[in-house]
Design a protein around this ligand. Structure first.
Ligand SMILES: NC(=O)c1ccc[n+]([C@@H]2O[C@H](COP(=O)([O-])OP(=O)(O)OC[C@H]3O[C@@H](n4cnc5c(N)ncnc54)[C@H](O)[C@@H]3O)[C@@H](O)[C@H]2O)c1
Length: 94
C-alpha cells in the first residue's frame, strides 16, 4: 500500500518507518530540506531505540522515501497521515 506521512518529526518519522517495515511503500514529506537530506544519509533528528536501523534499511531497500513535494507524493497515496506541529494558538494558519 502507498502511504504518505506529512511531517517527519517524532510522530511522523516513527509512523512512516514502522509502516515501511511492515512492507508498505511509504513517503515521508517535510518542509525542512536539511532534515530530509540528513535522513537520506542515515542521520536521524530524534532518538528512539532501533529506529535508525529501521529507517536506514527501509530507505536503502526502497520501502521508505523522503520528499519535500506534497503534491507529487499524495497523488497515488491510499492513506495520508498528517503529523505536523499543532498550531500554538487560535487563528494560526499552517
Ligand atoms: N511527540 C509526541 O509525543 C506527540 C504526542 C501526541 C500528539 N502529538 C502531535 O503530533 C503532531 C506532530 O508532533 P511531533 O512531536 O512529531 O512534532 P515535530 O515538531 O517533531 O515534527 C513536526 C514536523 O512537521 C514538519 N512540518 C511542519 N509544517 C509542515 C508542512 N506544512 N508540511 C510538511 N511538514 C511540515 C516540521 O518540519 C517537523 O519536521 C503534533 O500535532 C503534536 O501535537 C505529538
Amino acid at each position: 500500500m502507498k502511504i504518505t506521512v506529512i511531517g517527519t518529526g517524532y510522530v511522523g518519522l516513527v509512523t512512516g518507518a514502522c509502516f515501511s517495515e511492515m512492507g508498505n511503500n511509504v513517503t515521508c514529506v517535510d518542509v525542512d530540506r536539511k532534515k530530509l537530506e540528513d535522513l537520506k544519509n542515515g542521520i536521524l533528528p530524534i532518538y528512539e531505540p532501533g529506529l535508525d536501523g529501521i529507517v536506514i534499511d527501509n530507505y536503502n531497500n526502497g520501502f521508505l522515501h523522503f520528499s519535500d513535494s506534497l503534491k507529487k507524493t499524495i497523488k497515488d497515496a491510499s492513506i495520508v497521515f498528517i503529523a505536523v506541529g499543532t498550531p500554538p494558538e487560535r487563528g494560526w494558519i499552517c
